[in-house]
Design a protein. Structure first.
Length: 252
């Protein structure tokens, strides 16, 4: 990467990159790692982990050029962090319960955030990455708020809030107010995340699974339509719905 970034003999594309321009690739590579895991493809996982590692090296090289830090600093920092967050392994403690381990991990993260924000952002929401997928970020925001007591005691009020938000979406639609529709739909989605959190369901995983289920069934509908030598766009909704019901049965 040092050679690729060399201003005189390096690659023109690599030389012109910045932290900002590379960030989207970093996110993309992380998703491709997750995709390889979801497909249980070890060859692809090996390949994608290399691509993700390249992103770390790329960022570290750019930081080195600015005399900010080097790759070894990145590695040393994560080693130190893992040791701090696992006193029961690297210290004198002895813990075997996973929930207690998680509590220690979260307490240490909170202490680290407190140190970082000593002269800056003091909010309980400080440090939640803006670039996270919206569902994941909503869950983290709600979880942080819950840690300081800003949360419903159980799931019952969440159901009421969900009904309220659905009603407000209806009202916005009836009023043909585009801005209000977007705003109310956002509130509805945020409440759905809250419901998932109270039901101990990861909303990002739930939606990922729903996407996969729909895609599998839709592809089956395409196959069924093709087997009948029909174009889906010409079939009409009742016929397509019949194929969809068959696809649901086939996928069970």
């Amino acid at each position: 990467m040092s050679r690729l970034r060399n201003p005189e003999t390096g690659c023109a594309w690599d030389i012109k990159q910045t932290f900002t321009s590379i960030a989207p690739y970093t996110i993309e590579e992380a998703y491709e790692v997750a995709d390889a895991i979801a497909r249980n493809s070890m060859p692809d996982l090996q390949d994608e982990l290399g691509d993700l590692l390249l992103q770390v090296v790329f960022h570290a090289q750019m930081a080195k050029e600015q005399n900010a830090f080097v790759f070894e600093d990145v590695a040393n920092n994560i080693v130190a962090k893992l040791i701090r967050r696992h006193p029961h392994v690297f210290g004198d403690g002895s813990i075997s319960d996973a929930e207690e381990v998680k509590a220690i991990w979260e307490a240490e993260k909170a202490r680290e955030r407190s140190e970082k924000s000593a002269s800056g952002d003091q909010s309980a929401l400080a440090g939640i990455a803006i670039a996270l997928p919206a569902l994941m970020r909503a869950e983290k925001i709600q979880s942080r708020a819950a840690r300081v007591g800003f949360d419903w005691p159980d799931v019952s009020p969440v159901w009421d809030k969900l009904s309220e938000e659905i009603k407000e979406v209806h009202e916005a639609v009836d009023n043909k107010d585009a801005l209000a529709i977007e705003d109310e739909l956002g509130d509805l989605l945020f409440t759905v995340v809250n419901l998932a959190r109270h039901l101990k369901v990861d909303p990002e995983s739930a939606l990922t699974n729903a996407n996969a289920k729909f895609e599998k069934r839709f592809r089956r509908v395409e196959e069924l339509a093709d087997s009948e030598q029909q174009s889906m766009s010409d079939m009409g909704l009742p016929a397509l719905d019949a194929l969809w019901e068959k696809a649901k049965v086939d996928s069970e």
